[in-house]
Ligand binder design. Sequence first.
Ligand code: 5GP
Length: 186
Amino acid sequence: MRNLLFVISGPSGVGKGTIVDALMECDKTLAKSVSCTTRAPRRGEKEGDSYYFITEREFRSRIEENDFLEYDEHFGNFYGTPRSFVERQLKERSVILEIDVVGGLNCKRLMPDKSVLIMIVPPTPEALVARLDGRGSETEEAKKSRLQRVRYELGQCDLYDYVVVNDTLEEALRKVREIIATEQNK
Ligand code: 5GP
């Protein structure tokens, strides 16, 4: 069985976090990479679970030390994948990264033989807007800029290896698990 880097991307609010949580729950052989970010924690987010929340100064010094496999800036904040965790885990098991499209494409460039890119898309754009409204934790301005990002990210589907429609959690999870099994056994 191959140990691979599965990158799960998709527009904000599409439900990729829920799919990844369910995936980790039912497949204990996988390791999930926790990214570092300079953004403030949202309500309910825990250090080391959702993200490692670090200062911009620390982030910049870790960039200098080549500590990130990839990193990017969104909405004025930095996000990065810790390199040592991913490289260590890949010796033993497959790793799940929940990161954006630019990060996914960077992984593919850095590790073309290991990276499998999976894009989660909403059944309709309206479903996504409703979900973003439901979160209620963001300003109108932040929502607008996220929706612009949605259009951009959906336009990148062709560059991904797989596209999974998140119609129901059950079905999306089944498809993601099928992709993982197929790729690991290739
Ligand atoms: P949020 O602030 O909503 O948690 O995340 C904003 C965006 O940053 C999302 O598109 C998310 O996938 C992306 N992201 C989270 N972690 C990383 C990372 O380590 N690297 C990159 N490139 N993007 C990330």
